[in-house]
Design a protein around this ligand. Structure first.
Ligand code: FES
Length: 120
């Protein structure tokens, strides 16, 4: 029996145009995918997705905002988290989990790493 990691992709938007019309540059929002809450941010570098729960005290990062430096800012205590790496930029020794996004011809997708097992 072997455990294998596999990325499972979920469609967020049907197209880049649909994504742009629903989330303007400089905005963040919270989206639910299954049981996961995701903070989706739209910066001048594109879309980014991180876990929505702030590791400091659990606030929803989707209620915050993003900066031109590529951070999401928590709405409660204003800690900054890098949208590419998830690392705190505010001296907090923790991070939020970043999730990969992929733009394809049929839409924008988010990937979640899941563990599966095979008998052979
Ligand atoms: S709850 Fe997010 S910085 Fe405190």
């Amino acid at each position: 029996m072997f455990f294998k990691k596999k990325t499972v992709w979920y469609k967020l938007f049907a197209s880049v145009e649909a994504a742009n019309s629903q989330l303007n540059i400089g905005r963040v929002t919270t989206i639910n995918i299954g049981k996961k809450k995701i903070c989706l941010a739209h910066t001048s570098e594109g879309f980014f997705a991180v876990n929505d729960k702030c590791p400091h005290n659990g606030a929803s990062l989707g209620n915050g905002h993003c900066t031109v430096e590529g951070s999401v800012v928590c709405p409660v205590h204003r800690y900054h988290f890098d949208l590419k790496t998830g690392r705190s930029k505010s001296g907090l020794g923790s991070y939020v989990e970043p999730y990969p996004l992929e733009t394809r011809s049929d839409g924008i997708f988010i990937g979640f790493e899941e563990i599966h097992w095979d008998l052979f």
